[in-house]
Design a protein around this ligand. Structure first.
Ligand code: GLU
Length: 499
């Protein structure tokens, strides 16, 4: 028996929009399959639709792939032995194969304009019939007549001459045997009047020439596959294996769309989803590691456990809550260094930086400062979206929230007295020019409570709100240490003056 051919798979997006989660999932399954089989993952850009393809979309696709960490072995920016990988740069190759088909009688010129076709469609449907996309009008046009029309400059497209009897079928990796009667397969266009191949034709030529072993794509392409198989057959080529993955549905089990929320990878990125979580969640949509296995998986675990055989043939519904859950689990499981890098990204977005003037105990640079802040948060740091609210007060004095709870916690004569007394005591007891440790704040606070014969809580509670703008926080003396004496005083006095 021959050894199986090394796996070569591809993701072949058309650059006509952002990287949609459906596309990203198709890319991911190809990538996981390639990586798990030690195969080759190819990125091919299908930009033959000149009107709809944009540079912006091309860039968005590359950015999305890079963000998700799906590296390609061949494709834009990487090269490879089977390039170019942009279809718009492969026109002579398609033309050459078209000529072969034309010479052998498998392709014919069609002079029907879009208006002619529309008029015939209308006539058929008005008469209660069904229009399948083409009626074969030019199929039997005398070649001499066709050449004459061409010489006269009449625009024309090329269509594939498909068989009218028998059937076309394949054994799909995901959806099992699929069969179509050839009589229902119309002679679709393979080369357009603008001189560009259609998706159907370019895709087949490239999949063959690029040595693709498995065509794994969304099941919205199931209806294209029989026609593409006929192209393979007309060109005398062997078929790759096909696997069609079910669509992603919204939570209401209707096709996922903007209506349901974010749909592009970029939008999720903006919403604080980290790439590992997005990848993890997309992998689970339509595939599962089985049994009671932990669903939160690293990239390496996904590669190790991925199996094409386990891809589900029924559509998965996008569950935004589950994605959020996986995201927080992924953030929690990261190393302190990785968590630090994630938080640093959030700080940069807000333009937050530590100022040495704050004179923070045991933190003279920004990195140490952030590391100490993250330590106080522990596992409560599990989202990039809530992080600014959780740590913003360390960086900015503009942390007051328009919340109903906090004003009452700092207002009223008792709170004002407590805040003022504490500010006065801290100012009197501690050296403003020296970084102060938590114990120093604690000693002054407890001594003051003793002197005033009140519970320490009566000082601590309004101080927490004054310093953090929040009703809950890490230990208040640790907070004071990290906010620093100078800023702590200013915040206590400011809160006292609000009443
Ligand atoms: N360019 C096609 C698309 O974006 C690719 C389909 C395929 O994978 O064959 O839908």
């Amino acid at each position: 028996m021959n050894a199986p051919k090394p796996v070569r798979v591809r993701f072949a997006p058309s650059p006509t929009g952002y990287l949609h989660v459906g596309g990203a999932r198709t890319a991911l399954f190809n990538w996981l399959y390639a990586r798990s089989q030690k195969g080759t993952f190819i990125l091919r850009i299908e930009d033959t639709d000149q009107e709809r393809s944009t540079q912006e979309s091309y860039q968005a696709i590359l950015d999305g792939m890079n963000w998700l960490g799906m590296d390609w072995d061949e494709g834009p920016g990487r090269g490879g032995d089977f390039g170019p990988y942009l279809q718009s740069e492969r026109l002579p190759i398609y033309r050459e194969h078209l000529e072969k088909l034309a010479t052998e009688g498998h392709a014919y010129r069609c002079f029907c304009s879009p208006e002619d076709l529309a008029a015939r469609e209308k006539a058929v449907t008005d008469a209660g019939g069904q229009w399948e996309g083409y009626d074969g009008k030019c199929r039997d046009l005398d070649p001499a007549e066709a050449s004459k029309l061409e010489a006269e400059g009449k625009p024309f497209a090329w269509r594939l001459r498909t068989p009218t009897d028998g059937s076309t079928f394949w054994y799909d990796i995901v959806v099992d045997k699929r069969e179509f009667q050839n009589e229902v397969l119309v002679d679709r266009v393979i080369f357009k009047a603008d001189g560009f191949p259609t998706y159907q034709f370019a895709c087949v030529v490239d999949d063959h020439l690029m040595g693709i072993t498995h065509v794994l794509r969304g099941d919205d392409h199931v209806s294209n596959t029989p026609f593409q198989i006929l192209i393979y057959q007309a060109l005398g080529w062997n078929l790759p294996k096909f696997g069609h993955m079910p669509m992603i549905l919204g939570p209401d089990r209707k096709r996922l769309s903007k209506r349901h929320g974010a749909t592009s990878v970029q939008e999720f990125q903006k919403q604080g989803i980290i790439p590992e979580a997005m990848m993890n969640y997309l992998a689970l949509l339509g595939w599962s590691p089985g049994g009671n296995a932990d669903e939160v998986m690293t990239r390496e675990a996904l590669i190790k456990k991925f199996s094409l055989k386990k891809v589900n043939s029924s559509p998965g519904a996008f569950d935004y809550d589950k994605l959020a859950h996986i995201n927080s689990e992924q953030i929690k499981r990261k190393s302190p260094e990785e968590r630090h890098a994630l938080a640093a990204g959030v700080l940069a977005e807000h333009g937050w930086r530590m100022d040495p003037e704050w004179k923070i105990h045991n933190a003279t640079d920004s990195d140490t400062y952030l590391a100490r802040i993250l330590k106080t948060l522990g596992n409560r740091f599990s989202s990039l979206i809530t992080l600014p609210e959780q740590i913003g007060f360390f960086y900015t004095d503009d942390h007051w929230r328009d919340d109903e709870a906090w004003p009452s916690a700092v207002q009223g004569p008792e709170n004002v007295q407590a805040l003022t007394a504490l500010a006065d005591a801290l100012e009197a007891e501690l050296d403003m020019d020296q970084p102060q440790p938590a114990e120093a704040f604690e000693n002054v606070t407890r001594a003051l409570a003793g002197k005033l014969e009140i519970k320490a809580g009566a000082l601590i509670h309004p101080s927490r709100v004054a310093l953090t703008g929040q009703l809950r926080s890490a230990g208040i003396f640790e907070v004071m240490e990290l906010v620093g004496l100078r800023r702590s005083l200013a915040r206590l006095r400011r809160a006292a003056s609000l009443s």
